[in-house]
Design a protein. Sequence first.
Length: 319
Amino acid sequence: MKQLLLLFVFVSSLSSAQDFSTVDNIVKSYPRYTTPQQLANKIAQDFNDDLSKVRAIFRWLTHNIHYNLEEYYNPKPTIRFRYTSEEERQQKIQSIIDNIVNEAFLTKIGVCEEYAQSFKKVADLLGIESQVMKGYVRNSALDISNVPVTTNHAWNTVKINDRWIILDATWASGYVFNGKWVRNFNEYYFAIDPKKISRTHYPDDKKWQIVLNYDSLENFYDQPIYSQNFLKAGLEVLTPIKGNIFIRRNENVELTIKNLSPNDRLYYNYKGQRYSKKPTINYKEDVATVTIENPGRNTELYLFLNRNIALEYKVHIRK
């Protein structure tokens, strides 16, 4: 166990300490390559250090691969195959992965599997150790307490100078708005802070669960939905730490949040409400008590920080 813990040393807040503007500008001028080898060759030509190479792979994928919403809503059937030995099994798995990556480069569309496998393929070609991490994520209040039967996301870890960082090119590339995918690069998902990763991602691999100090999958799904806007702001929910809030009809919803500033603009609304409202906030030292009126029904609660979604809960009225 001690050797396992020593193996995985993480870099936190890497993006905020590093200026990648030069790398990003160079990569944005790259052609829309049709093979991973073409991209790897160009990156090797332009950059010398592994961190710049990793950033270049990440930025090219987020800039060029369009998220495939149609496949997200209508997943492809699971590929099944026969094998007679472990060697043949691994060969067939690699062949499937290669086809996924090649198709992503040709079509420029994909879901998380295409982003993650493509990242690893180019990293492999550049001699940089990386992994595809399969696991679980939650996207909205509908997911609170609803644990899926199989993993639903893929992202990457990559080793740089004997340290591992966590990347999610899929979530960094954009977001869904009104049923359409919007390309919008999100810096937060490059070198995700390992202290905050447990709010958004849950790895299926047990060794990563140990290293990142995860609780159970059920507890992961019982959390509120945290947005990167909330996590990036350095805020912490003290109460309630569960995503389901139970109150009586004569009670209001109450949250306590650490490090919320009086200068922050906090608003809320309940599902179906047209307009957002401002909660009552009382500050004591570095803790803010946020009071929100009773919705009068079972519903979903959305909190917005400086106009961006911050937290989501389910609210239940006790009979």
